[in-house]
Write a protein that binds this ligand. Structure first.
Ligand code: NAP
Length: 456
């Protein structure tokens, strides 16, 4: 079987890769396990030296790596460069902080001495998505490696070039052989990697469907999982919000990565009193974004990563319009090559429409009108997802109260949701479980070991 990488800007073939065989997987898992036996014994400062070197090499190769992201999944080049910057940040963050995060924790109990040690688990499998092909991998790999684990990467098939580039960069930076290995395997063939006895745990970032499938297989083999899945983040705009600022921040969030972000704003829950003003300001902000050649540094919106994803999005929009949603802009498939989708805004979105209940993974926004705050909270929580959320109001106390009332892994008042190495990241409900980033993230793949010492 071959795995294809296709440029979404012109749908031309970038590269064709041979899929790794079951035997290749077995060799990589054995190598990863052998590497773990040495890597886990190194000190935090030895591992940190390599993470700092990785950060340095990412910076040095930023332009080339960003170009690769742009070619394989269409991200506008300036956003691709920012993605590499963020990987640099997460490597340095864990290089500097792991010794503190994973230091022994003394606990006063009955024995002479009791403490908790945080020990690495072993070889971890990461199944990753294409939308942030470097960042998603580094936010897993930096803490996992610093904790003393080793890793296998099964990346999304359409970004296989990025997957190979990541392995090469880590090796060039001095990471010992076997500590990080890319496997080119399609999503439907992941089961035997999970089942391999040397694989101790699995993390998946991707759709809810893929998460369920991986969790089911991992469950059968009794292996721990962390799942970072889809989202349909609600952004509530209350009557006392600064409408212009809210519209600007909502538009920015909706268009990041051409709308293909799990924590992008997707449902705009707007109280009737300011609905017209918000719609006008929001459409104005979105209209200013420039779609075009992803390699051009002026471009804000590129093509969608795959043609099937564009088809799915268009179906969701058309079905919502047929069910009574009003299209304020966009909604028509453009002519020409490339997987471009126009910035689209639907209003009067109601329960039962795809734009209400499903994730819109592209530059399309759903405005859901509500009469008051109480209804806004009910609508925000009327979803199977629970990743991020935002509230816009000039009353910080009210905003804080709403932040607690919304079922999500993160709720922000008067800004949009973004990931930050210092803050935990993850979801509830069908958006997954477990946390990445911060000291919580690094503790997902460690054995929290109780050590009790008694004198006799
Ligand atoms: P996807 O189809 O779930 O793909 C993600 C990864 O899972 C890819 O490596 C894919 O491999 C693999 N995969 C697919 N089906 C699988 C299966 N049955 N068993 C094992 N692995 C499987 O997701 P996508 O549509 O490409 O990505 C977008 C989704 O990811 C959105 O829902 C988005 O919200 C979510 N996402 C979530 C986060 C977060 O942090 N919560 C971040 C980014 C994206 P192949 O490419 O070979 O199929």
């Amino acid at each position: 079987m071959s795995i294809k990488s296709i440029n979404p800007y012109n749908n031309e073939l970038v590269a064709n890769y041979n899929e790794h065989s079951v035997d290749d997987v077995h060799k990589a898992a054995n190598l990863g396990h052998q590497a773990f036996l040495n890597w886990s014994k190194q000190s935090f400062s030895e591992r940190a030296t390599i993470l700092v070197k990785i950060a340095h090499n990412l910076e040095a190769q930023k332009h080339e790596l960003a170009k690769l992201i742009t070619i394989e999944m269409g991200k506008p080049i300036k956003q691709a460069e920012s993605e590499i910057d963020k990987c640099v940040w997460v490597c340095r963050y864990y290089a500097e902080n792991t010794a503190v995060f994973l230091q022994h924790e003394n606990i006063q109990a009955d024995a002479y001495r009791s403490y908790v040690a945080f020990e690495p688990l072993g070889l971890i499998l990461a199944v990753m998505p294409w939308n942030f092909p470097f960042w998603q991998v580094f936010r897993f790999a930096a803490p996992a490696l610093m904790a003393g684990n080793t890793a296998l990467l099964k990346h999304a098939s359409n970004v296989s070039g990025c997957a190979i580039a990541i392995e090469n960069l880590l090796t060039q930076s001095g990471l010992p052989e076997g500590c990080f290995k890319t496997l080119l395997v399609s999503g439907k063939n992941v089961e035997h990697i999970i089942a391999h006895p040397h694989v101790k745990a699995v993390t998946l970032t991707g759709s809810t469907g893929a998460g369920k499938s991986v969790a089911e297989t991992a469950g059968r083999h009794l292996k721990k999982t962390v799942l970072e899945l889809g989202g349909s983040d609600p952004y509530i705009i209350l009557a006392d919000a600064d409408v212009k600022k809210a519209a600007k921040l909502c538009a920015t969030s909706r268009l990041i990565n051409s709308g293909q972000s799990c924590i992008g704003a997707k449902r705009f829950i707007v109280v009737d009193a300011i609905r017209e003003a918000f719609e006008q300001a929001f459409v104005e902000e979105l209209s200013a974004a420039k779609a075009g050649v992803p390699h051009d540094s002026e471009t804000d919106i590129g093509p969608l990563a795959r043609s099937d994803l564009r088809d799915d999005l268009h179906q969701q929009i058309q079905k919502s319009i047929q069910a009574g949603a009003v299209c304020l802009m966009g909604g028509e498939l453009p002519q020409g090559s490339g997987n471009f989708y126009p910035v689209t805004v639907l209003t009067n979105v109601r329960s039962g429409m795809p734009a209400y209940g499903e994730e819109l993974f592209g530059p399309a926004a759903a405005i859901i009108p509500v009469s008051d705050e109480e209804q806004a909270i009910a609508v925000a929580n009327d979803t199977c997802f629970g990743l991020g959320a935002a509230v816009f109001t000039q009353d910080l106390n009210k905003g804080e109260a709403l932040a607690h009332a919304i079922e999500a892994g993160c709720c922000v008042v008067n800004d949009f949701v973004k990931s930050d190495p210092r803050l935990p990241f993850g979801g509830v409900k069908q958006s997954g479980y477990g946390r990445e980033l911060s000291h919580y993230g690094i503790k997902e793949f460690v054995n929290i070991k109780t050590v009790v010492l008694n004198k006799i």
